[in-house]
Design a protein around this ligand. Structure first.
Ligand code: FAD
Ligand code: NDP
Length: 373
């Protein structure tokens, strides 16, 4: 009887392919890192995901229309098109892009080991081993899944005021922000530049935002904060691609409902970073974001770097993600150069960076061999 082994599964049984650096993710952070590393001839492997976390390869920008604040595109550029171009630029210099989701990692052993979805049982060989890993798995804005949300998503409903607030449908129109944190406060004040008035719905009787931010929000004459209030239903035009026009809200103390004029609804109820995969292996903060030393991509593990929204709960923009992807690539390059120069032993001796060290900036490995420093 003939053995039924495909050549790839046979090869996998022998030894997993090895790369100097693996990038997990496919947004601006991942592709910027890939462009730098492939131009440095390090032949990175980039796992772009197969609907990882429900988002298409290319990341969050594949879920939006025009991006108007990414430098280099004075007329704006479609989000999916921008990501296609970044992907093409990564490939141009030799990045190997694999359309699979990484579902299991072992960052405790050297080289690091990565498994892909559906081939990640204890008995499975890893899909790849790598000397360095860049985590760029991004984050997802939380949605509330209100009735009408799917219908009016991006036709009035958004999860990013800074990204979408300036579009014409919101100009001089009544707008609503949901949330009581710093993001909600910041986004509401940003939206006052465009809307006729901004109402902030806060589900409790107080804001979570910092005192300074809360004070500014409450003092803004173009903002009304409605406490103890939740959204119930998004309403709007009843035609294909129709726009949102109203929002039904409810006071949770009195149960009174009202229908407000609202041409825009912006969620600012937090983000979920895509870090479950790294739990217990790399330090994360209380909200699940990967902890990096400020201004760098260093995580708690030498050789593991993080870039983009997965480690940034504050700015969360395409350009800041791309910038941090560049930092991660340069730091990974230094790390790999040192591995080659001094051998792995030197790095093993390098004290493991603890969460506290990252926050206070002490005990962070300095890599000597990068010609840029
Ligand atoms: P992400 O874009 O979050 O991409 C990460 C991707 O990696 C995931 O989506 C997934 O495809 C992949 N992935 C995740 N896990 C795995 C895994 N385990 N294995 C393999 N692959 C994986 N910013 C702007 O600057 N301007 C804008 O106009 C703008 N508009 C926006 C509109 C919307 C609707 C949204 C949601 C965001 C917008 N942003 C905008 C924010 C911007 O999209 C993000 O800041 C940016 O995309 C973050 O990039 P990132 O590289 O960290 O990762
Ligand atoms: P936060 O988690 O701080 O706040 C989320 C807000 O959304 C809370 O008010 C929460 O209400 C509310 N919320 C959550 N779920 C729901 C729901 N289902 N319905 C209604 N409301 C809901 O997230 P942020 O994005 O605001 O901030 C994240 C971090 O980033 C914070 O550490 C913040 O300080 C920081 N940041 C700092 C900025 C600055 O300094 N300029 C700017 C932006 C962010 P509840 O309070 O009841 O839980």
């Amino acid at each position: 009887m003939k053995a039924n082994f495909s050549s790839s599964s046979f090869a996998r049984a022998m030894a997993p392919p090895h790369t100097k650096v693996a990038i997990i993710g496919s947004g601006p952070a991942a592709h910027t890192a890939a462009i730098y590393l492939s131009r440095a001839e390090l032949k990175p492997v980039l796992y772009e995901g197969m609907l990882a976390g429900g988002t298409a390869a290319g990341g969050q920008l594949t879920t939006t229309t025009d991006v108007e604040n990414y430098p280099g595109f004075p007329q704006g550029i479609g989000g999916p098109e921008l990501m296609d171009q970044m992907r093409a630029q990564s490939e141009r210099f030799g990045t190997e892009i694999i359309t699979e989701t990484i579902s299991r990692v072992d960052l405790k052993s050297r080289p690091f080991r990565l498994w892909r979805e559906y081939e990640d049982a204890e008995s499975d060989e890893p899909a790849h081993t790598a000397d360095a890993v860049i985590i760029a798995t991004g984050a997802n804005a939380r949605r509330l899944h209100l009735p009408g949300e799917a219908e009016y998503w991006q036709n009035g409903v958004s999860a990013c005021a800074v990204c979408d607030g300036a579009v014409p449908i919101f100009r001089q129109k009544p707008l609503v922000v949901i949330g009581g944190g710093d993001s909600a406060a910041e986004e509401a004040m940003f939206l006052t530049k465009y809307g006729s008035h901004v109402t902030v719905l806060v589900r409790r009787d107080k804001l979570r935002a910092s005192k300074a931010m809360a004070k500014r929000l409450l003092a803004n004459p173009k903002v009304t904060v409605k406490f103890n209030t939740v959204a119930v239903e998004i309403q709007g035009e009843n035609k294909p691609r129709g726009l949102m026009t109203h929002l039904k809200v409810k006071n949770v103390v009195t149960n009174a409902e009202e229908v407000m004029d609202a041409n825009g609804l912006f969620y600012a109820v937090g983000h979920d970073p895509a870090t479950a995969l790294f739990k217990g292996q790399v330090d994360r903060d209380e909200d699940g974001y990967i902890v990096t030393k400020p201004g760098t991509s260093y995580t708690s593990l030498p050789g593991v770097f993080a870039a983009g929204d997965v480690q940034d709960k504050r700015y969360r923009q395409a350009i800041t993600s791309a910038g941090s992807g560049c930092i991660a690539a340069l730091e990974a390059e230094k790390y790999l150069a040192e591995l080659e120069d001094d051998g792995e032993l030197e790095l093993e001796k390098d004290k493991q960076v603890k969460k506290g060290d990252l926050q206070n900036g002490t005990n962070v490995p300095e890599y000597r061999s990068n010609p840029l420093l």
